[in-house]
Write a protein that binds this ligand. Structure first.
Ligand code: FES
Ligand code: FES
Length: 211
């Protein structure tokens, strides 16, 4: 015949033993953390070219390309808006293609060629897209503007290379040079000031000159 009081006691003892065991495991771990003995983040050294200049970085492997540009290379023209791939403020060119630099790790770009807003033009010699943004007032606060300009330059390159967008693919699989096409291609770049019409005017002017 089963003695249920014994079973109950055994179960209680088991729980107590488990709790003690967990405590004895957790205490040394907590002590190790308090002593700062958790493993250090992994660093790595790699090289890339930024705005035509070779750069060697030695950074935490978790560093995004955006943070590497801003915090390690002090190229603060590239902006951090959302840090989640939703606003486009961090757009740069990697080997000629636009990307959100907040969504990629710097170490993944060993050997790559990066162009930021600082590499597109200079104050004395603006890139045609920069000049068009100034002419058409394509900004208000300016926070989104470096990303908008990098994105616009790459968008026109994509059209020239015949890379279709959703709009052009829906119509005839050929890239088009019209407002709907440009708006679609720029849809990853958000402007909280709502300067969209002027931005499109600026891009349209450059597109008309260079198409
Ligand atoms: S900061 Fe990268 S998309 Fe917003
Ligand atoms: S100009 Fe202010 S967010 Fe675009």
């Amino acid at each position: 015949m089963n003695d249920f009081s014994d079973i109950s006691l055994s179960r209680r003892n088991l729980l107590i033993a488990g709790a003690l065991s967990a405590t004895t495991t957790a205490v040394p771990l907590m002590a190790a953390e308090e002593q700062g003995s958790t493993p250090p983040p992994t660093r790595t050294k790699f090289s890339l070219t930024v705005n035509g200049k070779p750069q060697t970085l030695d950074v935490d492997t978790r560093t995004t390309l955006l943070d590497a540009l801003r915090e390690h290379m002090h190229l603060t023209g590239t902006k951090k808006g959302c840090d989640h791939g939703q606003c486009g403020a961090c757009t740069v060119h990697v080997n000629g293609r636009r990307i959100n630099s907040c969504l990629t790790l710097a170490v993944m770009h060993d050997g790559d060629k990066i162009t930021t807003i600082e590499g597109l033009g200079t104050p004395n010699q603006l890139h045609p897209m920069q000049a068009a943004f100034v002419k058409h007032d394509g900004y208000q606060c300016g926070y989104c503007t470096p990303g908008q300009i990098c994105s616009a330059v790459a968008a026109l390159d994509e059209i020239r290379q015949g890379i279709p967008s959703h709009v052009s693919a829906d119509i005839n699989a050929q890239p088009l040079l019209n407002e709907a096409e440009l708006r679609e291609r720029m849809s990853g770049n958000i402007c909280r000031c709502g300067a969209y019409s002027n931005i499109i005017d600026a891009i349209t002017e450059v597109a008309g000159r260079t198409a």
